[in-house]
Design a protein around this ligand. Structure first.
Ligand code: E4P
Length: 224
């Protein structure tokens, strides 16, 4: 399972990369706005940090077919790793079809139903982003959507990769992994929480306390 970071904050991206856990980055206009920096400065810095292989999703803001295709072509010029986020609308799906024929990577965003995910795959999207947290927020079962999308894609051998998006907590990550989703895109705070378990902290404290109770000459130099 690949871990993407759902952020436009450079420091968070650097920290996840430092742990060796970063397979890609997703952004959206809200996340870019939160940085308080100009779009191109943020985008270029992320693209540069990730290198040529790891995908960086950058979103169009046009909503008409021509506008989305024009903006997507410009975004794709920023780097070979750019995947252009296109909203799940009829115009968006038409744009995805055109862009995928041109070899431009796409990520269909704001997906809330299996039928929408099916359309994205049929249009040749590189990635599809079903939003689990926003479904949970309205008392619908976000992970059920992932289960159905993964099942449908497997039936037909679609190559579109499923990015579990709008992730709110580690439980979403556990369920996504059990369902065999290709990717989770995580807010940095959720990535940090994946490390944590109180028994790990307690266990480590006890191991170190017991070790330190040994006489010093029982310990080899390299374990002091
Ligand atoms: C992913 O691509 C989306 O940008 C993101 O996961 C949305 O998350 P939110 O529902 O927490 O805003």
């Amino acid at each position: 399972m690949k871990f993407f970071l759902d952020t436009a904050i450079i420091d968070e991206i650097k920290r996840a990369d430092d742990w060796g856990l970063l397979d890609g980055v997703t952004t959206n206009p809200t996340l870019v706005a939160k940085t308080g920096k100009p779009f191109l400065k943020v985008a270029e810095e992320i693209i540069d940090l990730l290198g040529p292989e790891r995908p960086v999703s950058l979103e169009v803001v046009a909503t008409d077919y021509e506008g989305m295709v024009r903006q997507a072509r410009e975004l794709a010029k920023l780097g070979p790793n750019v995947a252009v986020k296109i909203p799940m609308t009829p115009e968006g799906i038409k744009a995805v079809k055109t862009l995928s024929e041109e070899g431009i990577k796409t990520n269909v965003t704001l997906v809330f139903s299996p039928a929408q995910a099916l359309l994205a795959a049929k249009a040749g999207a590189t990635f599809v982003s079903p939003f689990v947290g926003r479904l949970d927020d309205i008392s619908m079962e976000g992970m059920k959507l992932i289960e159905e999308v993964v099942t449908i894609y497997a039936h037909y051998g679609f190559e579109t990769e499923v990015i579990v998006a709008s992730v709110r907590h580690p439980e979403h990550v556990r369920q996504a992994a059990l369902l065999g989703a290709d990717i989770v895109t995580l807010p940095f705070a959720v990535l940090e929480k994946l490390f944590k378990h109180p028994l790990t902290d307690l266990g480590l404290d006890r191991f170190l306390r017991d070790w330190n109770s040994l006489p010093e000459d029982f310990k080899p130099d390299f374990l002091r």
